[in-house]
Design a protein around this ligand. Structure first.
Ligand code: CP
Ligand code: NVA
Length: 310
């Protein structure tokens, strides 16, 4: 179903396509653990354009492509002519002649849309200022592993900045029928258009999505509590000011007292201990958080296999 398609946003995926990605991710994870070869992308090449830093995304895509029998090229915008002003539409048409897929991490979401418009090979969004779909699909897989296959009705509370992760959680939770409550300061809510679209998506699955300002209200009886940095890539200059604004939104032991007794805490990483999460909470949930990081590999292998295989 996803063959030849782009993966720019979970909003663009059908409910079944989300399930298909999660199912294949699980299958590929089991195969990799059992040492069963799965060279679905033999002879294929993925180009990986990075206009922002990365640890997990770069290493998991590159390793994932290798495990699928293909190869990956790391293309930093410091080296590409794109970084010297070559238009995206030209870059897209050139790369389409060499590669079988492009992964891109950049600032404006419009850059990814432009790339996808001009490329005639699948384009995968590996984070923009607006969305981080690969991470949220990974998080859904991780929640299935910890809370069971039926995600419907589970409550996730997001606490902190209404950023690319929050936007993608809105889309992701809508597609799987979860209850999602984001607690952010009034002026740092997730994107209004994303929220509107996600509410539409939620009608199909019965998901419940809401935005509040009180972290205690969001966390009440939550099965999953999630947070992310208070200053995303590109917002470094605002970091100090943001520390003050977001101080009441720290995920700490006291906040978690209101959650379900079996609550798990997730974080896409990198984490800023003492800011959005305490050392104590992070380390108490290290198994989940590092499984979450590992699952980037399996989920992205599924996305690449479904979009790029013959
Ligand atoms: N979570 C995530 O995307 O990590 P990186 O920025 O290290 O890729
Ligand atoms: N919101 C963070 C996520 C990092 C993986 C950022 O955009 O920097």
């Amino acid at each position: 179903m996803l063959k030849g398609k782009d993966m720019l946003s979970i909003h663009d995926l059908s409910v079944d396509e989300v399930q298909e990605i999660l199912a294949l991710a699980k299958e590929l994870k089991a195969k990799q653990k059992a040492g069963v070869p799965h060279k679905i992308l033999e002879g294929k090449t993925l180009g990986m354009i990075f206009e922002k830093s990365s640890t997990r995304t770069r290493v998991s895509f590159e390793t994932g492509m290798y495990q699928l029998g293909g190869q990956a090229l790391f293309l930093s915008n410091r080296d590409l002519q794109l970084g010297r002003g070559e238009p995206i539409r030209d870059t897209a048409r050139v790369l389409s002649r060499y590669l079988d897929g492009i992964m891109i991490r950049t600032f404006g979401h419009d850059r990814v849309e432009e790339l996808a418009k001009w490329a005639d090979i699948p384009v995968i969004n590996a984070l923009t200022d607006l969305l981080h779909p690969c991470q949220v699909l990974t998080d859904l897989l991780t929640i299935e592993e910890y809370k069971g296959k039926n995600l419907k009705g589970l409550k996730m509370a997001y606490v902190g900045d209404g950023n690319n992760m929050t936007n993608s959680f809105l889309y992701g939770c809508a597609k799987v029928g979860m209850t999602f409550v984001a607690a952010t300061p009034e002026d740092y809510r997730p994107d209004a258009t994303v929220f509107k679209n996600a509410l539409e998506d939620a009608k199909e699955t019965g998901a419940s999505l809401s935005l509040v300002t009180d972290p205690h209200e969001a966390v009440k009886d939550a099965d999953i509590v999630v947070t992310d940095t208070w200053a995303s890539m590109g917002q470094e200059a605002e970091h100090e000011a943001r520390k003050k604004i977001f101080a009441p939104y720290q995920v700490n032991k006291e906040l978690l007292e209101g959650a379900d007794k079996r609550v798990i805490v997730m974080h896409c990483l990198p984490a800023y201990r003492g800011e959005e999460i305490t050392e104590e909470v992070l380390e108490a949930n290290a198994d989940v958080i590092f499984d979450e990081a590992e699952n980037r590999l399996h989920t992205q292998k599924a996305i690449m296999a479904l979009t790029m295989a013959d």
